[in-house]
Write a protein that binds this ligand. Structure first.
Ligand code: ADP
Length: 265
């Protein structure tokens, strides 16, 4: 704790009182520490693709450009690194928008079941090459919830993309939805490598990755789940992971659910 004292005293008169202001320095220090760590992370994440690009561009300049095989290959590496930086900067911009005090979502009434089916249909198209199958446990009865559909699409896209990234070939991904009182619980389970217990809460932190090298090689920014957490909180829901290392992972999230007349809006 840090204390500031001010004396209350009329001009040359007697001292009437004393104001003491106590600051929680530890909280301030924690915020400052997190801020510094965040800046260090961002710098590192940008420096890695930039250094890679620099050395490939130098190699191209030193003659690789006229090599029929190396030329296009080195160019495509620099292109991939550029794309990674664009993804990173876009994610950072989105987080900084969410972090502002007056961040507001545009809510609309959505039939959550149909909404989930549409997203899974889209993933089924791209999952074929890895032979991943999807199981849907979604009640047929319409269930409406208030949500910012584009943001919720982003959350689910992120979680299903992770499930696919960390799934073995031929794996199954199950998407389930159930009612729990005034909450809807949605879960996405995979049969992938899993997440060690001590990391399960941390994967929602900015830039946290269980295996940095591997995560980078599959193209992640380390911000996907951090963005998902902020967006779910903006919907007044919770998000968490349960996982058995080596067996698979389930990401759960909740949404407040408003019972509505069937077909109602
Ligand atoms: P990334 O861009 O690295 O995927 P995320 O924020 O989406 O970043 O995820 C953070 C980390 O959580 C990942 O790097 C990975 O280590 C771990 N993770 C997320 N989803 C899964 C999953 N389904 N199975 C195993 N590990 C996962």
């Amino acid at each position: 704790l840090e204390a500031n004292f001010s004396v209350i005293q009329e001009k040359d008169g007697p001292i009437n009182g004393l104001i003491t202001v106590l600051h929680d320095v530890t909280e301030q220090e924690k915020i400052e520490h997190e801020r510094r760590e965040f800046v260090a992370n961002v710098s590192h994440e940008l420096r890695t693709p930039l250094t890679t690009m620099k050395s490939y561009l130098e190699a191209l300049e030193d003659g690789a450009m006229s090599d029929k095989e190396l030329g296009p290959r080195f160019l495509s590496v620099t292109q991939n690194e550029t794309e990674r930086m664009i993804r990173l900067v876009n994610d950072l911009l989105q987080l900084s928008k969410i972090d502002t005090k007056d961040y507001k979502l545009k809510f609309q009434s959505v039939d959550v079941g149909l909404f989930l089916h549409d997203i899974i249909d889209r993933f089924e198209m791209i999952a074929e090459e890895k032979e991943i199958t999807f199981t849907r446990k979604i009640p047929a009865k319409p269930t409406y919830a208030k949500m910012a559909a584009d943001k919720m699409t982003q959350v689910i896209d992120n979680v299903i993309s992770n499930a696919m990234k960390y799934s073995p070939e031929g794996g199954n991904i199950t998407i389930a939805m159930l009612h729990q009182g005034h909450q809807l619980q949605i879960s996405i389970s995979d049969q992938g490598m899993g997440i060690p217990r001590e990391s399960q809460a941390k994967i929602f932190d900015r830039f946290y990755r269980v295996d940095k090298a591997r995560a980078r090689s599959v193209g992640g920014t380390g911000l996907g789940l951090a963005i998902a957490k902020e967006l779910i909180h903006a919907h007044k829901g919770e998000i968490w992971a349960e996982s058995e290392y080596g067996k698979g992972t389930t990401i759960f999230f909740t949404l407040p659910y408003y019972a509505m007349k069937e077909g109602g809006r």
